[in-house]
Design a protein. Sequence first.
Length: 734
Amino acid sequence: MKVSLNWLNEFVDLKGITPAEIMSKFSLATAEIDGYEVKMPNIDGGVCAQIKTCKAVPGKKLSLLTVFDGKKDLQVICGAPNCRVGMKVIHANIGVKNIAGYDSHGMCLSGRELGISDDHDGIIELPDDAPVGQPLSAVLPDVYDTIFEIGNTAITNRPDLWGHYGIARELSVIFGRSLKPLSTVDLSIYDKLPQIPVTIENKRDCLSYGAIRVDSIKQKTTPLFMQTRLFYLGINSHGFLVDLTNYIMLETGQPNHSFDADKMGKISIGNVPPGQEFVTLKDQTVKTTPEMLFIKSDGKPVALAGVIGGKNSEIDARTKNCVFEFATFDAACVRKTATALGLRTDASSRFEKALDTNLNQMAAARMVYLIQQHDKAAKVVSAFSRAVSTETQEIKLTLDTQYVEKFCGIRFGWTAVAIRLAGLGFAPVLSGNELRVIVPTWRATKDVTCGADIIEEIVRTYGIDNIVPKAPKIEVHPVPQLPMLKLVRKIKDTLANKYGCSEVHTYLWSDTQSYMRVVNSCIKGLDWLRSEMAPSVLKVVEKNKADFDDIRIFEIAQVYEKNGEQKHLCIVVPDYRELANVLRVLFGCRFKLGGAKQSYLHPKNNALVTIGGKVVGFIGAVPTQNTAVAEVNLAALDLTEKSVVAKRISKYQKNTLDFTFVTKKAYGVVEEIFEKFIHPLNMGFRLKDVYNDSFTLQFTVGSFDRTLDSTDISDIWAKIIEHGRKNGLTLKQM
């Protein structure tokens, strides 16, 4: 978006501030300015002059003029058709040139020659009160300007910055200069005039709609300052009425539209039946759809709301009576319509940013003011008629100033903060450590909605370049790891490093009925969430058993049980007894033989896994795969930190004794047998090896008060063997 420095100076005095400084400060505080361009006349040295005589050159489409430049009369040859006696023009003394046999001293300039428009059909006509002999900078100061370029994406969330007055407000706060009020008329003086009938049919997409009628408009030519500003910002002149609507939009940020009042009836805003043809001002034929919002006159579409007007209500050179529209449309509705048609306009770009509905009346009051300034014959003949479906409301917010300072790491001068916020329109009130603000409606549509947004306003107007970077002083305390995470890490390390297992990840979707079903599952046929992990992991074994002889895998993931989501561990190793030992090492668990109900397990070689008498999972051999599987509900484990209990360590040497017993019993039974073995020298045992029906147990023996001799060793040796024999265990003979 382009912005004129001359225009900004109309609302805030920026004298003494260089364009580079404006660019730098505005970019830091508000939005990035991509660059700026200094504008000046194409031909320098022009002055205000007056035509004293005007004679046609015989046989040529030329005029022989006598022009007074304030010092002397000059003979000038001019080809413009609008030359006349008494006309005040811009004369540039660029030397003498012979044209059609006459010496022409300089030339009278057209808009294109001066560089303020594309018009070359006639020379520039200055106002009647322009002082003859004054330089161009005095009679047409807007020819000298600086144009800033702001990237549209930089102000997407700031609808208030899509007009010069909103940007002037920002600059007034940034540089501490006063913001001048926008000159308007009081529209209430027209309240007793007839109302323009306005009805909002689609209250969702039309938030507000205002209209006012002005008749007897005689002004056709746009004032030069207005033409120049529009041209420098990329808009060509199309006559006073069209230029005026563009001018108001660029000044206030409120798009508006002018209708030929003699072609308008009762105004309504709504949708029309699909399939109708609507011709725009650009002669584009549009097929109506149910989503499109239209301005209608007596039910007939005359404008595509928020995008472009219609050919059937277009103003032209004969138009004297106008209805001016000031509306607010839903941003999404305008965006969808403009995108669907590939028709982006300056108006649609602004409506898409979610405008303030209260902007309507201010823009209308400014429009009437400018008309009355430049056309004394124009007459307002209606009240400002306005219909509202959703009015933009102010937002009240409260902040703790101590929290703001802690959050920002800055000690603010809160009186200065309040002054800056007031300049932005936030009406701040300081009370102790409390700051109360009222978000103005022009910032309340999609920009400032919460306390954090106010903090942003405070910091950016304070000046980001005024903030000295400092590392925050924060006490750092170690955060204890979650018990479940510690357990999972321990399990993974043990299985991978001690038992050579690889971790796998399987789908949680299953074709087996469980407790939770997914509607519209992404995988056909797998619409249940698994309640057991083992079937998924065993499918991995099935897919890999042809390529690997020794499959050792595990998975830790979620399942969905009757009581909700749970984290499970599933392990698969080749040997059933080895798997039981793995579970003992991990959890110190016991087994309830034959208690597992899973159909894929061996009918006898299976068990429930218990800890402290509580069932936490199952284990069993899988005959179809010559492997063993175990699944444990980790969520069922007691994860509370256990207090560390110191155990007495003997200072005397310990010994280990190995015994291999042959039995058909499961190891769990063997373990229970020797847990009941009591002897003063017994310091515990462990399963050392398993081979078919043989279990090798290693006992640790020792004493806390002496070194064992051969008699002690022989005694406990014999008693271990005897305890096993009494319980049906046979010592294997080597």
